[in-house]
Design a protein around this ligand. Structure first.
Ligand code: NAP
Length: 269
């Protein structure tokens, strides 16, 4: 039996175990997915221990995504983003990947949204914002990053190819964009809050909200009212997990089964 898992603190409400176990069940893999919650000071021992115990792969979440970068051999994209959310322990030294980036691009692909040559605005410059900005730029989009702390957006724009950055006063750039990503936590558990004034939204936009609780955020509601294509945060969550499953197993992930399991659990939340 192969063991995969999630390391973070806290991990109690994670939806990754049922999502990955749905994939094992459907593909007939003899595998389990378990959660680990080490003390923050014990992350290095946890990664070494997982390797020594023969754990096949780990997802990594808050607060460890940056720490793990120094504990594994990161692939070039994870190194540029500065965060690892997936470790593969098979075949020698542990390798680190960032599948949040693929979660963003695959979410737009699934909705037939072209990124190559698009003008994209990413709101937020934390972990999700960094992954989204690199992912969109690598897919050929011209990226503008708008963040509450303008300095952080500027620092990120300096390292993302072709990107620009500014404060939330630059959100009017959305008017010339066809792609918008909310990578802030605004709207999470607070359905009446949005990071983007509705006046900036329009019908030529595709809007991905990284927030998945609630599934229908105020931003997505107002984007739909403006005629935009809306993509909820469960797509990003699903497709980062799909990418990790495929990296670990070399198999095509059973996306529909994983999606059904994830959405059933999210709706119960
Ligand atoms: P993070 O690193 O803490 O970054 C938070 C970002 O939100 C920062 O840019 C911060 O701006 C901004 N922000 C926070 N409060 C704000 C407010 N009141 N007004 C405007 N901006 C505000 O967090 P993260 O890991 O990037 O996660 C961000 C969100 O994405 C969370 O809701 C998380 O659940 C979600 N997420 C979803 C997925 C998925 O698979 N769907 C994956 C990763 C993350 P400052 O720089 O000014 O503080």
């Amino acid at each position: 039996m192969q063991v995969y898992g999630l390391v973070g603190n806290p991990v109690g409400h994670s939806l990754s175990p049922p999502m990955h176990e749905a994939a094992y069940e459907h593909t007939g893999l003899d595998a389990r997915y378990v959660t680990f919650e080490p003390e923050p000071s014990a992350i290095e021992a946890a990664v070494d221990g997982a390797d020594a115990l023969g754990i096949a792969g780990l997802n990594v979440t808050i607060p460890f995504k940056q720490d793990v970068l120094d504990l594994v051999d990161p692939d070039p994209l994870a190194a540029r983003i500065g965060a690892v959310n997936t470790i593969d322990f098979e075949d020698g030294d542990p390798k680190g990947y960032n599948t949040d980036a693929a979660g963003v691009t695959r979410a737009f692909e699934r909705h037939d949204i072209s990124l190559d040559g698009a003008n994209a605005v990413v709101v937020g410059a934390g972990g999700a914002g960094r992954a989204a900005a690199f992912a969109l730029a690598d897919a050929g989009a011209a990226v503008h990053i708008a963040n509450r702390t303008a300095e952080t957006a500027g620092e990120l724009a300096d390292v993302v190819p072709g990107a620009t950055g500014g404060g939330l006063d630059t959100l009017d750039r959305i008017q010339d964009a066809s792609v918008l990503v909310n990578a802030t936590s605004v709207g999470m558990e607070a359905p009446d809050e949005t990071p983007v004034p509705a006046t900036h939204l329009h019908g030529d936009l595709a809007v991905l909200d990284a927030v998945y609780a609630p599934l229908e955020t105020r931003l997505l509601r107002e984007a739909a009212d403006a005629g935009a294509v809306t993509i909820d945060g469960a797509w990003m969550l699903l497709l980062q997990g799909v990418e990790a499953f495929e990296l670990w197993t070399g198999l095509d992930a059973p996306i529909e089964e994983m999606n059904t399991t994830l959405r059933t659990r999210l709706e119960r939340h």
